[in-house]
Design a protein around this ligand. Sequence first.
Ligand SMILES: Nc1ncnc2c1ncn2[C@@H]1O[C@H](COP(=O)(O)OP(=O)(O)O)[C@@H](O)[C@H]1O
Ligand SMILES: [Mg+2]
Length: 121
Amino acid sequence: MIIESIELKNYRNYQELHMEFNQGTNILYGDNAQGKTNILEAVYVCCTSKSHKSAKDRDIIRFDQDESHIKLQVRKNNVPYRLDMHLKKNKPKGIAINGIPIRKASELFGIVNVIFFLLRI
Ligand SMILES: Nc1ncnc2c1ncn2[C@@H]1O[C@H](COP(=O)(O)OP(=O)(O)O)[C@@H](O)[C@H]1O
Ligand SMILES: [Mg+2]
């Protein structure tokens, strides 16, 4: 299973981001507060519908915006999946798999196997 790319719109400090990943191991590096952990959080949110920080959707949405989008392009057993998440300030989030809206977030489980390790020092 590989995550091929991520697109963010009004997600935390990102107004727009389009990032393609390498098929191997990817390392995100940069200065403090550049948004590295925010990208990992967005992957986790898009795969599980919740943040590891258990933040509310309105905390994730970029300051002064009303909504936020995450798109993840995934390949599993050579089958492509597109996950779309639409976070709204005062309404439940919308989630779609390959363009088809899902009703229960649990329908996401099993598509991307994601484990989040966080070390606070
Ligand atoms: N809802 C938000 N809107 C805009 N910026 C945000 C939001 N939430 C967090 N940030 C910004 O994200 C930055 C921290 O990003 P983070 O991914 O933790 O950085 P890194 O992991 O690279 O040190 C901070 O500058 C913070 O102000
Ligand atoms: Mg960080």
